[in-house]
Design a protein around this ligand. Structure first.
Ligand code: CDP
Length: 795
């Protein structure tokens, strides 16, 4: 009723509300070693599970001999698909309606696939037992790339599926093909580039695992799970196991990073749960690093062609794209089922373009299944990469400054809400403002001069400047269009104010390190006039928390953050009637003052009462005819998604002798609408930029032609360390979301989504004067050196 919070003006009111850099409440337990992760959980009589995995990518299983494993002292059981079939658990549904073997039934479809499980008294014994399981494989020809998989003579991977005659999964398209083609026909300038978004792995510090504990007395299973979506997992667990949902409790304790990797259900979870039910003892399963990288949800793996049609003076008129997607051995992509290509739909980016057309073909291959939203809203990362790379390609073709070409094409502030040519409704934006700030912070003109000077002097080290002015789409729902395994993507909050004036907030989302225990408490502090220290946030326990769809795709703030604000306002409404009772005034005369956080009688500010006093009244002197207590629940179905954006500018120095790339300057300007906690946002940006650097420079899950995963451990899947990370300079603009109760948009994934094209654009820019238009990621020194050599710039 007072127009909502304005963190730029109020800045938390000193109570830790919106806009204050409140220190993270959760950090005390993390930095003093008191975190409680799944692998910290130890239960009496707990058994351990080790999975036997296939060394081959494609092989028929003739037989499995478990006898020698059973003879190992301490091995309690060895499970195969046959044992699971007896309990109807041999297969499980993927998030995309495909059916995946829990343990291989007949044919192995990717290297390290789950073949058998050994359950033993401790992990070492389980591992010894696993080594003694003898599997007789008949090795088949594998197919590893999507392109090869679609060749007419490619081996058929999914021969168990009726009507599946090849490795093709689906075709998808969006936009107006005819209108787009027509513009391409008549346009003055067209450009085309092929680019690969390589297979990545989210690689959270904590791998996936669970402790499943069947209680035969209560006939109830409790599963401590590395889960980004505990409620959705409860529903899926119940559906897979046949155990009624009220007899399934999922607890997601402290989580050491998720990044999309902890959204799917994995065979290890199902095996541990089945073993616990059969053996009537708790069973722990915890992956090793290589198991995590080689078998759980990968990300990206898109082979993309981009095309732009434009006028000679740089107005982009149409965009066209075609994608070949490698989905691995099962269609287990994690994204709303109504969007076969996820939110790749917004490949028109931040630009006002007349027409657009996108198409995609997905294929099965003998590689691990996945396609998770790695710190991204379901393929928006690939879309942003495509359009931001293509703008640079066009700038090169037209010999225009890439900043100028962006300015010429930005959707203008007055055009919002803006409907894109692919049918997406952008809520708000001011793209030029963010770019202007980033250019100023990056000292853009200076580096352009320096770049020219080095070229003229034929220097050993070249300067490249890369820009990315990305737009994101985060906060899935609305429920009518977005779902996970059929469940609508709303979210929830439950606030209970205690008689002594403090409160517990329970939310349906689950933090994996983003600081929800602090920032969600700040929303309540803002909306109820309480001190942030008096609010505790609980999440991750399906027995006590309201149903929610989980944390991924930066949806927590847009959806559960909105639910929290609305629930707090419901509490405020009830608080008014109690205030009226306490102040002996009419309810309609009670006003709430956001600045002081007090309720007072209209026109008499000294007749006021705090939420703490109201809480006491709610339990000790509640108004006649009203229910006692002070609490509220909200299930929030967002009307739309939110569209955060930003401009990143990266200046690199490229060594012509070694191909090494050094970051000279790294500027990130973000706009996530109203900001809850600037310090948390800064942390989110730093982490995401580090992942963007990993993506652009070193990370790649590689396979050889036999389907052996050659990039499946940290010796070969390289993550950036502090040595590779430069100092980031961050800035921000604030363009509130008009439909979000507190004007906030999500922010967590922006840096991972927005930074890779800025980095690639910078490296390409360093060689553009010699004709380079593209360098593939990851831009390892050998690749950069080869690109230099291709245009005669090597030393
Ligand atoms: O869903 P996830 O928590 O990964 O992403 P998010 O909603 O973008 O939030 C990441 C962290 O940044 C959370 O602690 C948010 O509350 C915080 N944040 C903020 O302080 N202000 C915003 N406008 C957006 C997020």
């Amino acid at each position: 009723e007072d127009g909502g919070p304005d963190p730029e003006k109020h800045c938390g009111h000193g109570r830790g509300g919106m806009g204050e850099s409140v220190r993270r409440k959760e950090d005390k337990r993390f930095i003093t070693g008191r975190g409680n992760y799944v692998d910290d959980i130890k239960k009496p009589k707990m058994l351990h599970c080790e999975i036997v995995r296939s060394p081959h990518a494609h092989a028929r299983i003739n037989s499995i001999d478990t006898e020698r494993a059973m003879q190992v002292d301490g091995v309690v059981a060895v499970l195969t698909a046959e044992d699971l079939a007896a309990h109807d658990l041999a297969t499980m549904p993927t998030l995309m309606d495909d059916t995946q073997d829990v343990l291989v039934n007949d044919k192995v479809k990717f290297q390290s696939q789950e073949v058998a499980a050994v359950i033993a008294e401790d992990r070492y014994i389980a591992k010894d037992g696993a080594e003694k399981v003898a599997v007789d494989y008949e090795v088949l020809d594998p197919v590893v790339t999507a392109k090869d998989a679609l060749e007419a003579d490619a081996p058929l991977i999914r021969d168990e599926l009726e009507d599946q005659e090849d490795n093709h999964i689906f075709d998808w398209d969006v936009g107006d093909k005819e209108a787009t083609d027509a513009i391409f026909e008549e346009s003055e300038v067209t450009v085309k580039e092929q680019m690969e978004y390589q297979r990545l792995h989210p690689a959270p510090i904590e791998t996936c695992g669970c402790v499943a504990d069947w209680d035969p007395g209560k006939e109830k299973i409790t599963v401590h799970l590395t889960s980004q979506a505990p409620h959705a997992h409860r529903t899926l667990f119940s559906m897979v196991s046949g155990i009624p949902e009220h007899k399934v409790r999922i607890v997601s304790p402290d989580i050491g990073g998720g990044f999309g990797n902890k959204v799917p259900i994995y065979p290890g979870y199902v095996v541990a749960a089945a073993a616990s039910v059969v053996l009537e003892r708790p069973v722990k399963w915890m992956e090793e690093r290589s198991e995590n990288i080689q078998t759980t949800g990968f990300a990206r793996d898109y082979d993309m062609t981009g095309e732009l049609a434009a006028t000679k003076d740089g107005k982009i008129r149409a965009v066209r794209t075609d994608v070949l997607a490698n989905h691995g051995a099962y269609n287990a992509v994690a994204q709303p089922s109504k969007f076969p290509a996820g939110f790749f739909n917004i490949f028109t980016g931040s630009y006002d373009i007349e027409a657009a057309y996108g198409s995609l073909t997905a294929a099965f291959t003998n590689t691990a299944p996945g396609g998770v939203a790695y710190r991204c809203s379901f393929r928006v990362t690939e879309a942003v990469y495509l359009i931001e790379r293509m703008v640079k390609v066009l700038a090169h073709e037209l010999d225009m400054d890439p900043a100028e070409i962006r300015r010429k094409n930005f959707i203008q502030p007055e055009q919002f809400p803006y409907e894109s040519p692919t049918g997406w409704n952008y809520d708000s934006g001011d793209y030029e403002k963010a770019l202007d700030l980033a250019m100023e912070m990056a000292d853009y003109d200076h580096y352009r001069e320096e770049q020219q000077r080095r070229i003229e002097e034929d220097a050993d080290k070249l300067i490249g400047i890369g820009i990315s002015s990305f737009t994101e789409v985060v906060g899935a729902g609305p429920g009518k269009t977005c779902d996970i395994a059929g469940i609508e993507m709303f979210d929830s909050a439950d606030i209970r104010v205690n008689p002594t004036g403090n409160a517990v907030l329970r939310v349906g989302v689950q933090t994996q390190g983003q600081g929800h225990e602090t920032t969600f408490a700040q929303i309540v502090a803002e909306e109820l006039g309480m001190d942030v220290e008096n609010i505790s946030v609980e999440h991750g326990d399906t027995d006590t928390d309201p149903y929610g769809l989980g944390t991924y795709g930066s949806r927590s703030t847009p959806v559960a953050g909105a639910a929290t604000a609305v629930a707090a306002r419901k509490v405020r409404d009830k608080a008014k009637s109690i205030a009226a009772n306490e102040l002996e005034a009419a309810e309609e005369d009670i006003e709430w003052d956001r600045e002081s956080g007090h309720f007072h009688v209209a026109g008499a500010p000294d007749r006021s009462i705090t939420i703490t006093e109201i809480a006491a009244g709610a339990y000790m002197n509640h108004p006649a005819g009203e229910e006692p207590g002070l609490e509220a629940v909200d299930y929030y179905d967002p009307p739309e998604m939110t569209y955060p954006f930003g401009s990143y500018i990266v200046v690199v120095e490229v060594d012509r002798e070694t191909g090494a790339v050094d970051f000279e300057k790294f500027v990130a300007v973000d706009d996530c609408g109203n900001r809850i906690n600037p310090m948390v946002i800064e942390g989110q940006i730093h982490g995401g930029l580090a992942q963007g650097i990993g993506t652009a420079m070193m990370e790649h899950v590689t396979y050889d032609e036999n389907g052996n995963c050659t990039g499946g451990d940290f010796m070969n899947y390289l993550l950036p360390t502090s040595m590779e990370i430069p100092n980031f300079e961050t800035g921000y603009t604030v363009t509130p979301s008009p439909h979000h109760p507190i004007g906030a948009k999500g922010v967590g994934e922006s840096p991972t989504v927005g930074s890779p094209p800025a980095i690639v654009n910078a490296v390409v820019d360093a060689m553009a004067h010699a004709g380079t238009t593209h360098v593939e990621m990851p831009m390892t020194p050998d690749r950069v050196w080869a690109a230099l050599a291709e245009v005669g710039l090597e030393r």
